[in-house]
Design a protein around this ligand. Structure first.
Ligand SMILES: Nc1ncnc2c1ncn2[C@@H]1O[C@H](COP(=O)(O)OP(=O)(O)OP(=O)(O)O)[C@@H](O)[C@H]1O
Ligand SMILES: [Mg+2]
Length: 229
């Protein structure tokens, strides 16, 4: 494994990658590679709906995301946490026509080899993380599941050792990531456990009172019995 560790959070959209990536960044004080797709989209000034219908635009966008991710990672020498890795290829396979070209690109194997030497957490989808707005939620869920499956195919195909994150609970997610990351050699930068309870003090013990005089021994009393005087 690469040391210091490079941490990747991969998976479909709305699986909690950004939330967890920020947690890792803050807890271990390491740089975070923000999702490049959003930056590329903003630069292209393209609307998402035109990305669904204009194939040339889709291909250009996916090619840009792929190249930018590789460039962003190579700019970091040490540890980092990356919000996504090769995930956009799952979208490219689903919406574009550049997959064959990407698969012939020699950078792909080199890039996947570097991902292989990182700590890869694969966040599985949960319906609860989708915005509930009636019909759309159902459509989105199908899309999420499709992308999730493609991310998994890519992980398996490139023989990337990955850690599935199945639980939705933030407590369990951070327990899992924290333990693995710390076993890989990183130490938390933030204070471990802040006090949540009011400080507890031992109650002040009573000052010992002088002891009451011991009753006279039985024999002494017997000596004084009137019958025996
Ligand atoms: N463990 C969790 N439990 C409950 N809600 C969560 C959890 N993790 C994230 N969320 C919420 O789910 C939504 C999606 O999370 P987030 O943006 O981190 O996902 P993402 O995988 O980065 O999505 P995208 O692919 O769209 O960037 C956010 O509203 C976030 O607050
Ligand atoms: Mg995100």
């Amino acid at each position: 494994m690469h040391s210091p560790p490079r941490i990747y959070l991969v998976g479909a959209h709305s699986t909690g990658k950004t939330t967890l990536a920020r947690w890792v960044r803050d807890r271990y004080a390491i740089p975070m590679i923000a999702e490049v797709a959003r930056g590329v989209l903003a630069e292209m000034e393209a609307r998402l709906d035109s990305l669904r219908t204009d194939l040339e635009l889709v291909n250009h966008y996916q090619a840009q995301v792929y190249e930018r991710q590789i460039a962003a990672e190579s700019a970091h020498e040490g540890a980092f946490v990356s919000d996504r890795a090769f995930c956009n290829l799952a979208y490219a396979a689903h919406h574009g026509t550049i997959m064959a070209e990407v698969f012939r690109d020699p950078r792909l194997e080199r890039y996947m080899a570097s991902v292989r030497s990182g700590l890869v957490f694969f966040l599985r989808p949960h319906r609860e993380l989708l915005a509930e707005d009636g019909v759309r939620a159902g459509v989105e869920w199908e899309e999420v599941v499709r992308i999730d499956g493609m991310v998994k195919v890519l992980l398996e195909m490139f023989d990337v050792p990955y850690i599935p994150v199945e639980s939705l609970s933030m407590q369990e997610r951070t327990r899992l990531l924290g333990r693995v990351i710390e076993l890989a050699g990183l130490r938390p930068a933030t204070e471990p456990a802040r006090r949540h309870l009011t400080p507890w003090r031992e109650p002040i013990k009573d000052v010992p009172r002088p002891r009451a005089p011991e009753p006279a021994p039985a024999t002494e009393q017997r000596d004084r019995l009137p019958a025996e005087i």
